[in-house]
Design a protein around this ligand. Structure first.
Ligand SMILES: [Zn+2]
Ligand SMILES: [Zn+2]
Length: 466
């Protein structure tokens, strides 16, 4: 049988099934799903669990995308589809048990329509839509990627966007035939060396954590090796990862930039670095993000990874973390440990910022619309004003009042403390203090810790209950 490229195969599928290959971009306001799409925003999880070996091989499929649009509407365009050698993630919870993120990727079997994979993620693009630049009506694009285990048969890949305060709505879908020769098996950056930083578990039994360096020139080789070891120790010695060390495998990649350091546009400093990272994202002083995310994915694919650190060779304070995309921290700041762990909380645990005193680049109401419950596990709008609407109510003692007064008496208990998510009013955090609240030596609060620990178990294929 003739094998078509995935694009041609896609068109054939569209004809046969009457599907539209791409659904037009939607604005933020809710609307009914477009007629004819296989996806529905309320698609229920299958009654029977998806058995990994029935549907997937041990490889992974990465779909590189351009996220394109304005503050009013945005959608995706296909860039490249790439086979990766190992799927390191869950084989047990193939349908996302968490429901976090502003977007989710869903994979359905093309022939039967059965949903066989679902995972949530968030995007830098969503943050951009809350900026003044977006409000001027300018169109932007950003690179993003989604990954899932390599399907055995042709699939439809759906990208669904969360409607604030409601469920997800399908935005776009791409048919992909895993047997197509149009799927790239090239291995860019294949000469880079992977180094082991601790842990022994195989990818299907471990949360695989990878550190990709940024702004290290070949002349920084000794520093790079030392920094990788230093931060691996910081991470593995910190709770809740310390008590989960048997479930964590950490690696680093010796990736080189042509120049040392990182770009700081406000200071007129520009560096040619492998990932093109830059301070002043959205013209914010400390927001340090990755620009060349496709290169990050290409380099990262040299090792198994569930979660990603980008370690930036800089002494300035800055970083960023996006759920299921990447986390960035700088290597030589007095708060570098905090930066590493806090940003990773966003990236790996889907945790929200609990602080509310520092200004951020995006509009707070765009990120957290009034009257809607945030999706992050450590933030609540406490919509009915009582403990019943706190998502961590099982951790609140009956004797603790809700909302909880921010008084010394309640300094160490779990409650619902007003002030979180950049807002002094209307959003609540679980404890007085937390690594997501304050940049001191404080630990993650009980709610954040539980959430992070569950995520370790998700990636290492263990039971999530309790
Ligand atoms: Zn943060
Ligand atoms: Zn917390």
């Amino acid at each position: 049988m003739t094998r078509f490229g995935f694009v041609w195969r896609a068109l054939a599928a569209v004809g046969a099934l009457g599907l539209s290959a791409t659904v037009a971009a939607h604005a933020l306001e809710p609307a009914a799903p477009s007629p004819g799409t296989a996806a529905s925003s309320t698609a229920a999880a299958p009654a029977l669990p998806v058995v990994y070996d029935d549907w997937f091989t041990s490889e992974a499929l990465r779909v590189d995308l351009f996220h394109v649009g304005t503050d009013q509407e945005n959608s995706y365009a296909l860039d490249e589809v790439v086979a990766e050698p190992v799927w390191p993630g869950t084989r047990r919870y193939l349908i996302d048990p968490f429901g976090y993120g502003t977007w989710r990727v869903r994979v359905t079997d093309l022939a039967s329509g059965r949903e066989i994979f679902r995972q949530g993620y968030a995007t830098l693009f969503d943050e951009w839509t809350g900026t003044d630049e977006a409000r001027t009506g300018i169109r932007r694009s950003m690179s993003e990627s989604v990954r899932f285990p390599m399907p055995k048969k042709a699939v439809l890949v759906h990208l669904d966007r969360r409607v604030p305060g409601a469920d997800f709505r399908p935005v776009v879908s791409f048919p992909i035939d895993p047997s197509s020769y149009m799927i790239s098996r090239a291995r860019p950056f294949g000469d880079l060396q992977v180094v082991d930083l601790g842990g022994e578990a195989a990818p299907d039994k471990a949360m695989d954590v990878l550190i990709v360096p940024e702004g290290y020139a070949p002349s920084d080789a000794d520093k790079l090796r030392a920094d990788l070891k230093r931060f691996a120790r910081v991470f593995l010695d910190y709770e809740p990862w310390k008590s989960n060390r048997a479930r964590i495998h950490m690696r680093g990649i010796l990736a080189w930039s042509r120049e040392s350091g990182v770009s700081e546009p406000r200071k007129g400093i520009y560096r040619d670095t492998v990932l093109g990272s830059t301070f002043n994202t959205f013209d914010s002083a400390r927001y340090l993000t990755v620009q060349h995310t496709k290169r990050l994915r290409q380099i990262a694919s040299l090792a198994p990874y569930d979660t990603l650190f980008v370690m930036v060779n800089s002494s300035r304070y800055g970083g960023g973390g996006i759920y299921n995309q990447w986390s960035v921290f700088t290597s030589d700041n007095e708060y570098d440990d905090y930066l590493m762990l806090h940003e990773y909380g966003h990236h790996m645990g889907a945790l929200g910022d609990e602080y509310y005193t520092s200004a951020v680049a995006s509009d707070e109401d765009a990120m957290y619309p009034p009257g809607t419950e945030p999706w992050e596990p450590n933030l609540t709008a406490l919509l009915d004003g009582t403990r019943n609407s706190a998502k961590w109510r099982d951790l609140i003692a009956p004797s603790t009042p809700v909302p909880t007064p921010d008084e010394p008496k309640y300094a160490a208990v779990v409650g619902a403390f007003e002030g979180a998510g950049y807002k002094a009013k209307g959003l609540f955090r679980p404890q007085h203090d937390c690594k997501m609240f304050h940049k001191g030596l404080v630990e993650f609060c009980a709610v954040c810790s539980r959430s992070l620990e569950r995520m370790v178990r998700y990636y290492s294929n263990e039971d999530l209950t309790p």
